[in-house]
Design a protein around this ligand. Structure first.
Ligand code: PMP
Length: 396
């Protein structure tokens, strides 16, 4: 901050992460004693084994690690991507463990975007992509949610440098198919673009569906950077552990950013994760399937009541169209929280084509409270049609 109190202009263009801002408000309401049915948090809660880690054994646990990440954790993550996602990964040179995948995505963008470059992001987009692109000096180009992947080429210009793809997608829960992935790689090859694949929810797919990594179609990683996270699949968002996979020359560049900004991911947690990698996943996988199943049952409930959601069968999110031309998703979310004590995230944070939507997460409340929350959403969305918004507002 300068002596007149102003901040640099590049920060004026940046907003708060809308989902996090909503959840800060919910944390404060709960701390003040309000009972809020929380359908706004971007994670799923699991029963996890207690941390029986010998924290006092081995001084290494308490200190910096190799800035690429604890070697055993890199090996485990490389094996995971090789076996589960068909992406060959050299744990020595092609992976960096970071402080959450948010840092991984930002560093990936910072490493590929030149000032003035355009980066395509597909709506509904994850709330941090546009501002991370701006912070990296680029210009986000948002593609409206009703444009299919084979319409993306119309958005490519001479300045386009990268496409960010979230698969499965927060907030719609959509899983990409192989044709869409092939088209993305065709665009990358034709126009010299980098694909930044955010695969943070890759375990959250129904049993009869298979997750395919975008990285599997580019095994040499000529134009693909894969980012992933322990936050969602392992249910440990607060640990702040994520990772990225890229070709060696690119990880060498990104490593410089990591060394100057983060040094390394939290050591003690990474050691614990490396030791318990398979055990933890064995514990979370059945619970992940339950979360996905609950999501899909709630989708049917909403649909039967006339509240439509964007197509998708994965993750624990639903992106529901509630705006009626009279009340926006933002107003709907505000009324829902104030009048009915249910928190959701307004859709506008996921792109300007999404202003009529709200994001619902079924990941953190017990099923009975999720059902109650969905019932209240349906009541607000369907009660009284036009004019209900004004009666809600006049109650205040
Ligand atoms: N990508 C997506 C699509 C997300 O939803 C999130 C968190 N909500 C992240 C990345 C970042 O997760 P983390 O930093 O906890 O790994």
């Amino acid at each position: 901050m300068s002596c007149d109190g102003s901040t640099p202009r590049r920060l004026d263009a940046i907003g708060q992460a809308s989902s996090i801002a909503v959840n800060n408000h919910v944390y404060e309401m709960k701390a003040a004693g309000h009972d809020v049915i929380t359908l706004s948090l971007g994670e799923a809660f699991f029963d996890l084994p207690s941390l029986a880690h010998p924290l006092s054994d081995g001084a290494d646990l308490h200190h910096y690690t190799h800035s690429r990440g604890v070697p055993l954790l890199r090996e485990k993550l490389a094996a995971y991507y090789r076996e589960q996602c068909r992406v060959p990964v050299d744990p020595e040179r092609e992976i960096i463990v970071t402080a959450g995948s948010k840092a991984a995505i930002f560093m990936a963008l910072f490493a590929v975007v030149e000032p003035g470059d355009e980066v395509l992001v597909l709506e509904p987009l994850w709330v941090s992509y546009p501002d991370q692109i701006r912070l990296a000096g680029g210009t986000p180009v948002a593609v409206p949610y009703d444009v299919p992947v084979d319409g993306l080429e119309d958005y490519v210009t001479a300045r386009t440098r990268a496409i960010v793809v979230n698969n499965p997608q927060n907030p719609s829960g959509r899983l990409m198919d192989m044709d869409e992935m092939r088209e993305l790689h065709r665009l990358a090859e034709t126009y010299g673009l980098t694909l930044i694949a955010d695969e943070a929810y890759n375990e959250f797919v129904p049993l009869d569906h298979e997750f395919r990594s975008l990285g599997a179609l580019d095994p040499e990683k000529k134009h693909t950077i894969v980012c992933n996270s322990m936050s969602k699949n392992y249910g440990i968002s607060g640990w702040r552990v994520g990772y990225l996979i890229a070709r060696p020359a690119l990880t060498d560049q990104i490593l410089k950013l990591q060394q100057h900004v983060i040094t390394c991911a939290p050591s003690v947690l990474c050691h614990f994760l490396a030791e318990n990698f398979e055990t933890l996943l064995a514990v979370t996988r059945p619970q992940i399937l339950e979360a996905v199943s609950l999501r899909n049952r709630m989708r049917k409930t909403l649909s039967a009541a006339g509240v439509e959601t964007l197509p998708g069968n994965s993750t624990f999110y639903l992106f529901a169209q509630v705006g009626d031309g009279y009340r926006s998703g933002e107003e709907f979310a505000r009324d829902l929280l104030r009048q009915h004590s249910v928190s959701v995230v307004p859709g506008v944070g996921y792109g300007s084509s999404c202003a009529d939507f709200i994001r619902i997460s079924v990941g953190t409340e017990p099923e009975a409270r999720v059902v109650e929350g969905i019932d209240r959403i349906i009541a607000v969305a369907t009660h009284g049609e036009k004019g209900f918004g004004s009666s809600i507002c006049s109650e205040q």
